[in-house]
Ligand binder design. Structure first.
Ligand SMILES: [Zn+2]
Length: 264
C-alpha cells in the first residue's frame, strides 16, 4: 500500500490506467543498477528516482570533472572533484528520499560484476567502453538479469533490451559477437557528443526500465531502437537471436567470465 505522501508524489502515475496503484507498487519493489553515472546514466537515474523505483544502485569509479557537466545532469558545478557515485546518490536522495540509493564507487571487473548485479533485477548499461559492455552482457546472461543497454555518440544513439537467457531473445553478442579491436572505435572524449542527445537516450533507457519494472506495454527485447538527432529520426528494427551467438546460442563458446580481463 502507498502512503499519503506517495499518493500525492506519484499522482500523475496513479491516474494512468496502465500504471495505477499496482504498477506504482511494482515500481517501488523494483531494484535497478545503473552502470556508468555519465551522460546516459544521469538522466536515467533522475527519472528512475523521480518515478519512485525502490532500490537504485550507481556504479562509477570516476570523479566529476568540468567537461562532464555539458551532459551529465546529475551533477552541479560544485560537485567537480567529487565521486560521481557519491555526488549522484546525494542528488537522487534530494530528489526522492523514498528511494534507497546504493553507492558502488568501483570499476566493474570480472571479479566483482556478479556480486554487484546480484541484488538487482534490471541492469542499465550506460558505459563508454566496449570491455565493460561485453563484461556486463555476459554477467547479466549468466545471472539471468534483464539488461537495458543504451549508447550514444556524436548525434546518434541506440537502445535495446537484452534477455539472452530467455528462449528466442537476443543478447548483446547477438548484435556484436566480439569487442572491436582496441583503438578502432573512438570514444566520446575523442568524437564529442551533443548533451541533449545523450539525454534523449538516457531518458528512453529509464522509460524502458520502468516498463520492465511495471509490466507496461511492449519492451525492446528482440528489437533495437536507433535515433538520429540531426534528422530527428527514430527507427526500430528487429534484432533476432543469433543461432551462432558465442554466448546465448545453442553451442556457446563462452561458458563463464574467464576470458574477461581480471577474471579470477
Ligand atoms: Zn546472444
Amino acid at each position: 500500500m502507498l502512503n499519503d505522501e506517495e499518493l500525492e508524489r506519484y499522482a500523475r502515475h496513479l491516474v494512468l490506467r496502465e500504471v495505477g496503484g499496482v504498477g506504482q507498487a511494482r515500481i517501488r519493489k523494483a531494484r535497478v543498477l545503473i552502470v556508468g553515472a555519465g551522460g546516459l546514466g544521469s538522466p536515467a537515474a533522475l527519472y528512475l528516482a523521480a518515478a519512485g523505483i525502490g532500490k537504485l544502485g550507481l556504479v562509477d569509479d570516476d570523479t566529476v570533472s568540468l567537461s562532464n557537466l555539458q551532459r551529465q545532469i546529475l551533477f552541479r558545478t560544485a560537485d567537480i572533484g567529487r565521486s560521481k557515485a557519491e555526488a549522484g546518490a546525494q542528488a537522487l536522495n534530494a530528489l526522492n528520499p523514498g528511494v534507497a540509493v546504493e553507492i558502488h564507487a568501483t570499476r566493474l571487473t570480472a571479479a566483482n560484476v556478479t556480486g554487484l548485479i546480484e541484488g538487482y533485477d534490471i541492469i542499465a548499461d550506460g558505459t563508454d567502453n566496449f570491455a565493460t559492455r561485453f563484461l556486463l552482457n555476459d554477467a547479466c546472461f549468466f545471472a539471468r538479469k534483464t539488461l537495458v543497454s543504451a549508447a550514444v555518440t556524436e548525434f546518434e544513439g541506440q537502445l535495446a533490451t537484452y534477455k539472452g537467457h530467455e528462449p528466442g531473445l537476443p543478447c548483446y553478442r547477438c548484435l556484436f559477437a566480439e569487442p572491436p579491436p582496441p583503438g578502432t572505435v573512438a570514444n566520446c572524449s575523442e568524437t564529442g557528443v551533443l548533451g541533449a542527445a545523450a539525454g534523449v537516450m538516457g531518458s528512453l533507457q529509464a522509460l524502458e526500465m520502468l516498463k520492465e519494472a511495471a509490466g507496461l506495454g511492449t519492451g525492446l527485447s528482440g528489437k533495437i531502437l536507433t535515433y538520429k538527432a540531426l534528422s530527428a529520426e527514430f527507427r526500430t528494427a528487429r534484432l533476432p537471436k543469433d543461432p551462432a551467438c558465442p554466448l546465448c546460442g545453442p553451442h556457446p563458446a563462452i561458458r563463464n567470465l574467464g576470458a574477461h580481463p581480471g577474471a579470477t
